[in-house]
Ligand binder design. Structure first.
Ligand code: PLP
Length: 456
């Protein structure tokens, strides 16, 4: 019997609007606070860093935001992305569950990140900005922004976490190919970088440190703004093209997911896939579990605290109400570089606190085993981050098998691993280790958060 494997949309099915879940949340997120005074800040406080249009989106309570035609034109380079039914993986697992995955690795940068990089570069260009600074962990965000800045004639200056800079030279070269300048972070170019290097000359860096550097440069240079690849509301908003397409594709398949799964770094690809589905849960009362999967070595959702905390290590950004391990937490050198962030997006944090979504953690050995099984079954080699979603999809498929019930599982294969073969090599040669934080390590990191607790 022939079975449909790939569900493909046409260019006219690319969404015309982004979905803003804030409009439908039962409890609205708490406001950001000024880093010094701890008083709520208005949109104008963000103006030195971001163009006005993105700030409006950041605080918007409208359910839908129009996607500019110029952005949709560029989306056509890789959107709509395909959605697959993983028949061969189902067979290998001998599960009654139906497993689908949305594949974002077809973008030029190989992940979901260009979905937001393109509109961010576009709004900066529209408002006369000449240069954008940013940080990057594994290099996916840096390469996405380099790609997007190039399309709109903007300069792009990237602070890349030292450990990834050393492990992933090809990501850096991709950024250079699209015309960006890349510095290893911590660097000697900023006060923030020099401060960290004085304390620890061998610092492997972290996303929090690299953010401090990129923000400092944007705040102190003319015609320069800053862009973030995750966490913020407008970033999560832009990613909702993913889930809106997936809803159309699941309709083509005659299915609706019982469980939606995505890896979790700061929340953007999780939000991108799950928020349009969660709209049906919040607005129409549909049953749906949305599960965020984080690394066991950076478990802010499952073992962190819900507190106001800084987005960066040095403490320059506004304070955001989120699940966090503390802004000074430096994660172990696991290979899923894109998941090494101490905090979580405000929207996702509030949804977790309200029990509307779930979070689980997975150890990196389990995730690589899952990713390799997936590659053997389906062909695509997932990014190490995406392996976290694969691992949870496999867990759920095994539960379905034990319970003898069919379930429909959809996960986000948010990027390919073609630039990440050094991480796979580490796994094959036995150099990847199980890594779990002790409660004492978590307590010590969280104790350094110096903002008042948020009442329940
Ligand atoms: C950046 C990245 C992540 C983590 O970031 P989120 O904002 O949580 O999506 C996960 N997977 C890939 C492939 C990435 O590039």
């Amino acid at each position: 019997m022939s079975q449909q494997t790939k569900f493909v949309l046409s260019e006219r099915d690319i969404p015309e609007k982004w979905y803003n879940i804030a409009a439908d949340m039962p409890n609205k997120p708490l406001p950001p606070l000024h880093p010094g005074t701890h008083q709520p800040i208005g949109p104008e406080a963000l103006a030195p860093l971001f163009p006005m249009e993105l700030i409006k989106q950041e605080v918007s309570s409208d359910p839908w935001v129009e996607i500019p035609e110029e952005v949709r034109e560029i989306y056509k380079i890789w959107r709509p992305t395909p959605l697959f039914r993983a028949h061969r993986l189902e067979k290998m697992l001998d599960t009654p569950a139906k497993i689908y995955y949305k594949y974002e690795g077809v973008s030029p940068a190989g992940s979901h990140k260009p979905n937001t990089a393109v509109p961010q570069a576009y709004y900066n260009m529209k408002e006369g900005v000449k240069r954008i600074t940013t940080e990057t962990g594994a290099g996916q965000w840096g390469s996405a922004l380099a790609f997007a800045c190039n399309l709109f004639g903007l300069e792009c200056e990237i602070y890349m976490v030292r450990i990834s800079y050393d492990q992933k030279p090809y990501r850096k070269l991709a950024m250079n190919t699209w015309g960006a300048t890349v510095y290893a972070s911590p660097s000697e170019r900023t006060h923030a970088g020099r401060q960290i290097l004085t304390q620890d000359p061998d610092s492997p860096g972290s996303l929090g440190i690299a953010i401090s550097e990129a923000v400092e440069v944007a705040a102190t240079q003319e015609e320069t703004k800053y862009a973030l690849g995750s966490v913020l509301n407008h970033v999560l908003l832009h990613q909702t093209v993913v889930g809106q397409e997936a809803i159309q594709q699941m309709e083509m398949a005659g299915d609706f997911p019982d469980i939606v799964i995505a890896p979790f770094g700061g929340g953007s690809n999780f939000a991108g896939l799950s928020f349009p589905f969660l709209r049906h849960k919040l607005v129409d009362g549909k049953k749906l579990r949305a599960i965020a999967v984080e690394p066991a070595s950076c478990p802010k959702l499952t073992r962190g605290v819900f507190r106001y905390d800084f987005g960066d290590t040095v403490g320059m950004t506004p304070l955001l109400p989120m699940y966090t391990l503390g802004h000074t937490f430096v994660p172990a050198k696991i290979h899923a570089g894109g998941l090494r962030y101490h905090g979580a997006g405000v929207l996702v944090s509030q949804l977790l606190r309200d029990g509307i979504i779930e979070a689980v953690a997975a150890d990196q050995l389990e995730t690589f085993e899952a990713g390799i099984l997936f590659a053997k079954a389906e062909g695509i080699i997932p990014a190490p981050e995406a392996n976290h979603a694969v691992a949870q999809a496999i867990r759920e498929a095994q539960i379905a098998k034990e319970e003898g019930v069919s379930k429909t599982i959809l996960f986000n294969l948010c990027g390919h691993g073609n630039f990440d073969m050094a991480a796979y090599e580490a796994y094959f040669t036995g150099r990847l280790q199980k890594h779990e934080l002790t409660q004492a390590e978590i307590d010590a990191a969280v104790a350094l958060i110096d903002t008042p607790a948020i009442p329940a």
